[in-house]
Design a protein around this ligand. Structure first.
Ligand code: ADP
Length: 374
């Protein structure tokens, strides 16, 4: 029976596992670079080391029966030596292998008949010409919050001189003139049971997620496309754990996978307050071989707003936070990170009441943003 779960990564995603762990009687041990990282405060024990330090993960393995991830910027080869010695990873390293690099991930999706934007490696001008402009340039690894993703509008607007970058480390993909961006959380247990959360809409500002709307606005056809993709992907990978999947909704109503994250995800934070089982508890259920929890909503819907650092909150962030807590049905999560402009410092979820829908969610989202961003 699992009692202690090792977590690679000690940011806000690991921090938000605390309630689920307590409920399930589990202890969390984290591997994270700094004593200031959010999850250090809730962990039974912390190992201070880089995410990709496999030697530190060996120490983590000495203190936990199973290791899971809140961050996928890992050293897969280093970890595979530990797996060979019997260390349990959940999801397995095999399931993670095709997902860690954006080119490999897109190739895997394509091989399994799952829809993605057209893509290729950056290999000189012929590839670029074939995809046209605008075109999207992405670093194959270590991209997050839009870092490593560039929308290139004209041939002479490349952000980095093309001869200065290794063409095989970058991916080019067709720009999708999407009507919206959707996301879903999906979990799979060791027995192959699958639980899929509601389809949500995400909105990004400067390529960073700003808002998530959890309202049942999507046609059955769209929800079925999303759910079918989630099922195929988790099953084909033999994935055990929770995964966030982000999509583009094309103007024709077709769903394309943008990217997957083999862990809890920002687009699922609303589940802490708006679902029977949060994404964090669900991840712990998967890794400790417990039956999956119910992913359905416990309220009519919700809106989640990310609180990013910005110049004027540096002076009066506490007052702004205080004001946010006055909003009816608002749930504020503050990650206790050092504020920096552009950094995700917290989030607010406002749950909806009977009779409320998208219009009210938008209004509440605007109130939160007005208070935080001014
Ligand atoms: P990250 O891994 O850093 O989150 P993403 O690949 O998800 O990067 O890109 C961040 C955002 O950039 C997306 O949410 C979307 O708004 C925009 N974007 C990324 N790829 C495309 C694309 N092919 N077409 C149009 N917009 C895109």
């Amino acid at each position: 029976m699992v009692k202690r779960v090792g977590v690679i990564g000690g940011g806000q995603l690991a921090w938000m596992m605390a309630d689920g762990a307590k409920k399930l009687g589990l202890e969390l041990v984290v591997q994270t670079p700094s004593g200031d990282d959010p999850a250090v405060a809730i962990a039974t024990y912390s190992i201070f080391a880089a995410i990709d330090d496999a030697t530190a993960t060996a120490q983590l393995a000495d203190r936990a029966e199973v290791i899971t991830f809140e961050n996928e910027f890992i050293d897969l080869i280093g970890l595979s030596h530990l797996a060979d010695r019997g260390v349990q990873f959940c999801p397995s390293l095999q399931a993670l292998t095709p997902l860690l690099d954006k080119f490999d991930q897109r190739s895997y999706l394509q091989q399994h008949g799952l829809p993605t934007p057209e893509f290729r490696l950056l290999q000189g001008s012929s590839g670029i010409a074939a995809l046209g402009f605008p075109v999207v340039l992405k670093a194959r690894r270590h991209g997050y919050d839009g870092k490593g993703t560039f929308i290139v509008r004209t041939p002479d607007a490349f952000p980095i001189p093309r001869d200065a970058i290794a063409p095989d480390q970058w991916l080019l993909e067709a720009f999708v003139p999407f009507q919206g961006e959707l996301a879903v959380m999906a979990a799979r247990s060791p027995k192959g049971e699958i639980a899929i959360y509601p389809v949500v809409e995400t909105q990004q500002v400067d390529q960073v997620c700003r808002r998530v709307f959890v309202t049942s606005d999507w046609s059955l056809e769209i929800v079925e496309q999303v759910n079918a993709i989630a099922r195929t992907l988790l099953t084909s990978l033999n994935f055990v754990g929770i995964m966030g999947i982000e999509f583009f909704l094309t103007p024709e109503g077709k769903v394309l996978v943008n990217e997957t994250a083999p862990r809890t995800h920002n687009s699922g934070h609303y589940s802490l307050d708006a679902c029977v089982t949060s994404q964090f508890e669900q991840q712990l259920r998967c890794v400790s071989n417990l039956p999956l929890g119910d992913p359905s909503l416990n309220c009519p819907g919700a809106v989640m707003i990310n609180l990013l650092g910005h110049e004027s909150m540096m002076q009066n962030g506490d007052d702004r936070r205080q004001t946010l807590t006055q909003i009816p049905n608002a749930h504020l999560y503050w990650y206790n990170k050092t504020p920096r402009p552009g950094r995700k410092l917290g989030h607010v979820t406002v749950t909806l009441e009977a009779g409320q829908g998208r219009a009210e969610a938008e209004e509440m989202g605007r109130s939160v943003e007005e208070i935080w961003y001014g």
